[in-house]
Design a protein around this ligand. Structure first.
Ligand SMILES: C=C1C[C@]23C[C@@]1(O)CC[C@H]2[C@@]12CC[C@H](O)[C@@](C)(C(=O)O1)[C@H]2[C@@H]3C(=O)O
Ligand SMILES: O=C(O)CCC(=O)C(=O)O
Ligand SMILES: [Fe+2]
Length: 328
């Protein structure tokens, strides 16, 4: 269980309309022919959409959720054996390297399970083999869905070849991450102000595929800066556009700012697959999307972007550093 020591500084946000759920989140049925155009529209307008008929079995989802809850129910001293979170492992409250804290605990993993530290295996003890196989099944299902969505994005924008995005995920050097966040019910949650579970930020990768239990908390920022609450749906996936895809589409797709507000009554469990390119990959607007337009961004490698992120706070605009000043 998390508790707040007097020295910890949590971020509070005004409790404005957060329990009024937004009904306009784009919904994409991956089995329907209009999926491609709906995805492109959603990425342009929101950088965010919900997916049904995603192909990930409820069995794989439930098994992993069960493993995750078993892990987060362990005594802190046992969970800490899987730590620290940097680069991969168990983290508690602290996010990143520069003083961000949230009302959560988490496991941050490489999707290439070989890269995770041996301390992770030891924290799972005799259950380690089972955990690995359940995790592998879930990640395979999500990777397949991610490929389909990335191909739909390219097709929806008439980009050739259609695997221009998905090949980055399928590359054996893809720097993708997997994260399980556990937000315990937060007794300190006030009526006028909310404690932040995960502070506002954009995801640096290409896309993130998020699934959670039925507890609310996720909010996204609209174009005009309004924060809206995403109605939870434990049977669906939510897809975020990340910074790298915003750059590759020269700003056509929007890297969505999002955050999680702690829930006073129920715990939230989320699992997120972050699709990252290989470290050496050059991230720049795709020539086929330029057609005489100027590039809004300086080219960088994913390694350079990650390095520059290292010194940032969660809420920083990390792409700002790579924006080109338009010639007048
Ligand atoms: C402050 C930070 C934490 C973060 C890395 C960063 O420097 C900036 C982005 C953060 C984020 C957001 C999406 C993912 O949850 C994450 C794993 C990522 O790749 O970028 C986190 C990083 C983290 O928690 O370490
Ligand atoms: O836990 C969630 O629902 C979202 C967390 C998130 O945005 C992240 O881990 O990057
Ligand atoms: Fe995120």
């Amino acid at each position: 269980m998390l508790s707040k020591s007097p020295t910890e500084q949590y971020t509070y946000v005004k409790n404005c309309k957060e329990t009024t759920f937004f009904s306009g989140i784009p919904l994409v049925d991956l089995s329907k022919p209009d999926a491609k155009s709906l995805i492109v529209n959603a990425c342009e307008e929101f950088g965010f959409f919900k997916v049904i008929n995603h192909g990930v079995s409820m069995e794989a989802i439930s098994k992993l959720e069960c493993e995750a809850m078993n892990f987060f129910s362990l005594p802190l001293i046992e969970k800490e054996k899987a730590g620290p979170a940097n680069p991969f492992g168990y983290g508690n409250k602290s996010i990143g390297h520069n003083g961000d804290v949230g009302w959560l605990e988490y496991l941050l993993l490489s999707t290439n399970l070989e890269y995770n530290s041996p301390t992770l295996s030891s924290a799972f003890g005799q259950n380690n083999e089972n955990f690995r196989s359940v995790l592998d099944d879930y990640m395979c299902g999500v990777r397949k869905m991610a490929c389909e969505i990335l191909d739909f994005m390219a097709e929806g924008m008439n980009i050739q070849p259609k695997n221009v995005f998905s090949k980055l995920l399928m590359d054996k050097h893809s720097d993708s991450l997997f994260r399980m966040n556990h937000y315990p019910a937060c007794p300190q949650q006030g009526d006028d102000e909310n404690i932040i579970g995960f502070g506002e930020h954009t995801d640096p990768q290409i896309i993130s595929l998020l699934r959670s239990n039925n507890t609310s908390g996720l909010q996204i920022s609209l174009r005009d800066g309004t924060w809206i609450s995403v109605p939870p749906d434990h049977t669906s996936f939510f897809i975020n556009v990340g910074d790298s895809l915003q750059v590759m589409t020269n700003g056509r797709f929007r890297s969505v700012r999002h955050r999680v507000v702690a829930n006073g009554l129920k715990s939230r469990l989320s699992m997120i697959y972050f699709v990252g390119p290989p470290l050496s990959e050059k991230i720049a607007p795709l020539p086929s999307l330029m057609k005489g337009k100027e590039s809004l961004y300086k080219e960088f490698t994913w390694f350079e972007y990650k390095n520059s992120n290292y010194g940032s706070r969660l809420a920083d605009n990390r792409l700002g550093h790579f924006e080109r000043i338009a010639a007048s």
